[in-house]
Design a protein around this ligand. Structure first.
Ligand code: GTP
Ligand code: MG
Length: 344
């Protein structure tokens, strides 16, 4: 299972923002910087999950993260689509998350789905950091691949720097208009009171080490209590998508946010008509660093622990519903669990 020695589960990080502001590119960059043999992540219109283990996070973050300072197993990223028609997918992803990245194109600024995302985060009290993306598009920008933002910032001409400053302050102003006191992340003392803004480029990787560092810090500090849950208890998750898989029939892609699920266990899945009670035939997991939706190669595993994205193959999943709960019954009464699923 993906838990650390101290029993903390992997924090779930939702990536939210307006269409084309660079959510998927940012995840691709995090993946790409880490995967030596270039395991390409396809850009999709669907919500997906990517697990990034701690040693990978610290490798990408470089000198900014000392893995010894953290006892988290890593981060599980959920990509969401920015297109306006995907409100339910966004709110599902936002509500599932422990923390979030709000991606905003520095040139484009706040747009309708940026505001929608911020409302989702506010309603679910999800701590978040703002990735002020596409800093490489600032006129006269002199990119430094994969560099921490302070270094790249210092290396710019005065004019490029002041153009970026202008946009960042506009962004901070817009956050303030929506009720969030925000500042550039290195000026933030208390991330519970202020939202940190991290200038990044998903294209050049500038600022990505900083973003990962802030995310690790946010999860470590504020999610610790929430994550000290019964990581070995019966699993609970949410269906992201129902999909036919060659050799398995209808399967569900699930984000497991609590407990564990094992092969052959009885589960209850929310359906279009009524809850489906079925037995797990196979648990399929993408390898760490692979996008659940893009990979046809899955590892078949006996047990999966939260937090993780996984595919469950079981009979009778044709009527399963995206967004519905998934519960492992284990030593509980089936009717109680069915009632729980019906109530959600
Ligand atoms: P949706 O999933 O459709 O909501 O979009 P998205 O937010 O995932 O955006 P995506 O990552 O697909 O990027 C949209 C476009 O912006 C692509 O053409 C990217 O190459 C480009 N892009 C993303 N990040 C950057 C960046 O940092 N710099 C530059 N120059 N282009 C970027
Ligand atoms: Mg995308």
């Amino acid at each position: 299972t993906r838990t650390s020695s101290s029993g903390l589960r992997t924090p779930i990080v939702a990536v939210l923002g307006h269409v084309d502001h660079g959510k998927t590119s940012l995840l691709d960059k995090i993946r790409g910087s880490a995967v030596i043999e270039g395991e390409a992540g396809a850009i999709t219109q669907h919500i997906g999950a990517t697990a990034v283990p701690l040693d990978t996070v610290s490798r990408v973050a470089g000198s900014l993260v000392d893995p010894d300072d953290f006892d988290l197993p890593g981060l599980l990223f959920i990509d969401t689509p920015g297109h306006h028609s995907f409100t339910t997918l966004r709110s599902r992803g936002g509500a599932l998350a422990d923390i979030a990245i709000l991606v905003v194109d520095v040139t484009d600024g706040f747009q309708p789905q940026t505001i929608e995302a911020i409302n989702i985060l506010q309603d679910s009290s999800t701590p978040f950091v703002v990735a002020a993306n596409k800093i490489d598009t600032v006129a006269g920008w002199n990119p430094r691949e994969d560099s921490p933002v302070q270094q790249t910032y210092d290396a710019q001409s005065d004019r490029a720097r002041s153009r970026l400053d202008e946009r960042l302050y506009e962004l901070i102003g817009e956050l303030s208009d929506h009720g969030f006191s925000a500042d550039l992340y290195w000026r933030v003392q208390d991330f519970q009171k202020n939202v940190g803004v991290v200038p990044v480029s998903a294209m050049t990787g500038e600022g990505v080490p900083d973003l990962l560092t802030v995310l690790m810090g946010l999860s470590q500090r504020y999610m610790k209590d929430a994550m000290e849950i019964d990581v070995a208890g019966p699993g609970a998750g949410t269906v992201l998508e129902v999909k036919d898989e060659k050799g398995f029939g209808a399967t569900v892609d699930v984000v497991l946010y609590d407990g564990t699920v094992r092969e052959d266990e009885t589960i209850v899945v929310g359906g279009t008509q009524e809850p489906i009670v079925t037995d797990v035939r196979a648990l399929l997991q993408p390898r760490p660093l692979a996008e659940i939706r893009a990979e046809s190669r899955f590892d078949r595993v006996d047990e999966v622990g939260a937090a993780a994205g996984l595919k469950i193959a079981a009979p009778d999943l044709e009527e399963a519903m995206a967004g519905a709960p998934v519960r492992v019954v284990r030593d509980r009464d089936i009717d109680d669990v069915v009632g729980e699923v019906e109530a959600e």
